[in-house]
Design a protein around this ligand. Structure first.
Ligand code: ZN
Length: 303
């Protein structure tokens, strides 16, 4: 079995190292390039895993990267050149710590529906129903009412990115400019978000970019054929989703599945990894899947 693992921000080095030890005991770590060779039928893989980290949060540089170096683990990170160069937060970093009820009420009046109808839905899922321009308008309204100015930038600096690039253990891929839900955007914005991030990153690093990760990454609700076509036009070799399943030789290189790990003790992490494809079934018994929730919201919000 071959797996691709997906991390975001991490706050404890002990936790991250313990997850790496679990993976190390069971799998051989491989690079993204080897995934490409496998899908092109130029290499066989058995019991391997590839580590990916999305967003370029500062915790990659401070917590994850030192552990990767200690164990010499190849990895791929997906960043926005705009967030790094212009020192900007992504919308989900900006709303961290915001009051859920206050935010929900602003969203309800913004889209013109009764607050009661969205009361039981997580704010993060509600925000993912909107276009990126609307998300920032909502953040601005919240800011004027409840906070004073913008948060400090939570992402890595250009110098840190250059250091990672120079040391060569970690490949750097693109992740759009502002992390919109691509399927909510029109063709022009979608193309600019994808191609803009690839081109700006190529200019910054002075070489071709081969890898991309879709923001949020759930097939059908976050991206589809349009996004895949744009990536093919930019000659992206591998694009990563967040579909939870093992890597299969017949997988589309533009839809590489990944297991997201963001919390939990060792038993939880082991269960998630080794139950494998059945994980979603288990999870859905406990908690409604994001896909289902967002489909419900679509009918409530009417878009
Ligand atoms: Zn992301």
């Amino acid at each position: 079995m071959n797996k691709i693992i997906n991390f975001h921000d991490v706050n404890k080095i002990e936790w991250f190292e313990s997850v790496i030890k679990i993976l190390k005991a069971k799998y051989e770590f491989i690079s993204a390039e080897e995934i490409g060779l496998f899908l092109g039928r130029n290499k066989t893989l058995k019991n391997t895993c590839h580590v990916t980290v999305d967003d370029g949060d500062i915790s990659f540089y401070e917590i994850i990267y030192p552990v990767l170096k200690k164990y010499k683990i190849p990895a791929t990170i997906f960043v926005s050149p705009e967030a790094i160069v212009k020192r900007k937060n992504f919308w989900f970093q900006e709303i961290r710590g915001f009051g859920n009820n206050e935010l929900r009420s602003i969203i309800a009046s913004f889209i013109g529906i009764n607050e009661e109808r969205i009361m039981n839905y997580p704010v993060s899922h509600l925000m993912k129903m909107l276009r990126i321009s609307e998300i920032w308008q909502i953040i601005e309204i919240y800011g004027k009412k409840f906070t004073n100015g913008q948060k400090e930038c939570q992402n890595m600096t250009v110098d840190q990115l250059f250091e990672i690039e120079r040391e060569g253990l970690v490949a750097i891929g693109a992740h759009t400019l502002t992390h919109p839900i691509l399927s909510n955007e029109n063709d022009d914005i979608c193309e600019n978000e994808i191609l803009g991030s690839i081109r700006q990153l190529e200019e910054l690093l002075n070489h071709k970019i081969d890898y991309f990760a879709y923001p949020n990454g759930v097939p059908e609700i976050d991206f589809g054929d349009r996004e895949i076509q744009i990536l093919c036009s930019a000659d992206i070799k591998l694009a990563f989703s967040t579909e939870t399943k093992n890597l299969n030789i017949n997988d589309n290189p533009q839809m590489i599945p990944r297991f997201g790990i963001s919390h939990g003790n060792q038993i939880f992490v082991q269960a998630k990894l080794f139950i494998g494809e059945y994980w979603n079934l288990f999870r859905n018994i406990k908690k409604k899947s994001e896909k289902k929730t967002r489909k419900e919201l679509k009918s409530i919000i009417g878009r």
